[in-house]
Write a protein that binds this ligand. Structure first.
Ligand code: URP
Ligand code: ZN
Length: 471
């Protein structure tokens, strides 16, 4: 039997904060106490360190096709190594159904690609782009047999990913009646398309027009609309990457009426604003993600939402493309859209920075406390997406996914020292306090300082239970 003992750490959960030892046997937490006997265990001293449950990033895009041959630049291997160094031990990625495609086939393709590569545990949301009786008919099996209980739908990108309101309603009804939940990319795609055409007709092709053609008002409109559709369908609904105050207002209004409306936001919306689009020399393309960065005042609203549980979790939407064409090629690079903002691959990196940024800019600034930090980064995602209490907890019987975190270590964020294949950071040069020291995946130490001890394929697929039901 394999035993690991983590001694004398300050154990932080979503509710607790105390000093103790954690005894792990065969990858599972067996006992938590004081002065536990070492009994031939591998010992890790956590004195002066915080011990968190391994982070769960519920929104990432590894080696993901974006159409036209464009792909995100992290593989499942590089992306999950990067996640691990950032204290994330579970990712939830996406399996996209194409037109005339089966959702189950989409899942199988992603499982085959992920299994030999993933270095942390993983699950998938399924993206539906072709909602018809056949694809809807697959949902009960996906939920009950394949462990996929969340289905993403796009209200943006007409002609590519967007589905109409009827498709959203039907998916909600079908998934909801079997314990599943719809996840929405909430932006009014048709109005945005009209604005994009208008900008291009006027010769406005620079990256800044990505932001100018995706107004926060149209995120608010879509959020409001989809929450009303969910209300009619009588199912929970979850809005991904919420960025705009107007969208948050729709969530708050619904929650105040007792509607099960949930939403995540991302570190870039909490720490950056639309002034990044004024950068010269195409540098602004680094910040082309959807939704775009918003006006500074939205940040205050988002922090308030996190504090008062109108926003339930923080995910990264890690969707990396290199800035430079070389060495990975134009199809993994922002340069693909050099001549036209509408062709810049949408997305930005961040899977390695979530815990550090949220600790430095959230806990240390007093915007959230340590328990809320754990809730937002691990416990809420586990509960929201059917992984609790195996994940997101430090408790006997839970997987021993643990992060030893030095709250006083100061370091400078840079693409030169992160582990993703992407060649830039949204936060280049930012000095932060708080650093991941060691990471355990099911009891195995996979990160020790700068040392990588994990290996490809050690991540396990996590079939999930119901989504949006246990909070
Ligand atoms: O910019 C982003 N978020 N890229 C991922 C695709 C999407 O829009 O959701
Ligand atoms: Zn995304």
């Amino acid at each position: 039997m394999n035993s690991v003992l983590i001694q004398n750490g300050r154990i932080i959960t979503a509710t607790d904060d105390y000093v103790g030892d954690i005894l792990i046997r065969d990858g599972v937490i067996e006992t938590i106490g004081r002065n536990l006997p070492a009994e031939n265990a591998e010992i890790h001293d956590a004195t002066d360190l915080l011990v968190f449950p391994g982070g769960i990033d519920a929104h990432v895009h590894m080696e993901t096709p974006m159409g036209n041959g464009v792909y995100t630049c992290d593989t499942f291997e590089s992306g999950t190594i990067s996640a691990a160094f950032g204290g994330t031990t579970t990712i939830i990625d996406f399996a996209q159904q194409f037109h005339d495609d089966s959702p189950k086939a989409a899942l199988d393709r992603r499982l085959a690609a992920a299994a030999p590569q993933c270095c942390v545990d993983y699950a998938f949301h399924v993206i539906l782009t072709d909602v018809n009786p056949s694809s809807l008919g697959e949902l009960p099996d996906l939920i009950n047999n394949d462990g996929v209980s969340s289905f993403k739908l796009y209200m943006a990108y007409p002609g590519v990913l967007m589905v109409d309101d009827a498709a959203i309603f039907k998916t909600m009804r079908k998934a909801g009646s079997h314990g599943g939940m719809a996840l929405l990319h909430a932006e009014n795609g048709l109005v945005i398309q009209a604005l994009i055409e208008e900008a291009l007709e006027e010769g406005n092709t620079s990256p800044k027009f990505h932001q100018m053609t995706r107004p926060s008002l149209m995120e608010g409109e879509a959020a409001h609309r989809v929450i009303r559709i969910a209300e009619l369908a009588e199912v929970p609904v979850y809005i991904v990457h919420l960025s705009a105050e107007e969208a948050l207002a729709a969530v708050v209004e619904a929650r105040d009426r007792g509607i099960h409306a949930f939403a995540e936001t991302c570190p870039h919306y909490l720490f950056l604003d639309h002034s990044e689009y004024d950068r010269p020399d195409f540098e602004a393309a680094k910040y082309v993600m959807t939704p775009p960065l918003r006006d500074h005042h939205c940040q205050h609203a988002l922090w308030r939402g996190l504090r008062f549980d109108d926003l339930q979790l923080v995910a990264t939407d890690h969707c990396p493309f290199c800035f430079n064409e070389n060495p990975l090629g134009i199809l993994k690079s922002k340069q693909y859209g050099r001549e036209n903002f509408n062709k810049i691959p949408n997305g930005a990196p961040g899977v390695e920075l979530r815990l550090t940024l949220l600790y430095d800019g959230g806990v240390r600034t007093g915007r959230i406390n340590l328990n809320r930090f754990v809730q937002l980064t691990a416990t809420a995602p586990a509960k929201m997406f059917g992984l609790f209490p195996r994940k997101g907890a430090i408790a006997p019987g839970s997987d021993a996914d643990l992060v030893l975190f030095d709250p006083n270590a100061t370091h400078r964020i840079s693409a030169s020292n992160h582990h993703s294949l992407v060649d830039y950071s949204l936060f280049e040069g930012r000095e932060v306090t708080g650093k991941v020291q060691k990471v355990f995946l099911r009891g195995r130490c996979i990160v020790d300082g700068e040392q990588w001890l994990g290996k490809p394929g050690m991540g396990e697929y996590l079939p999930r239970k119901a989504s949006g039901r246990v909070l």
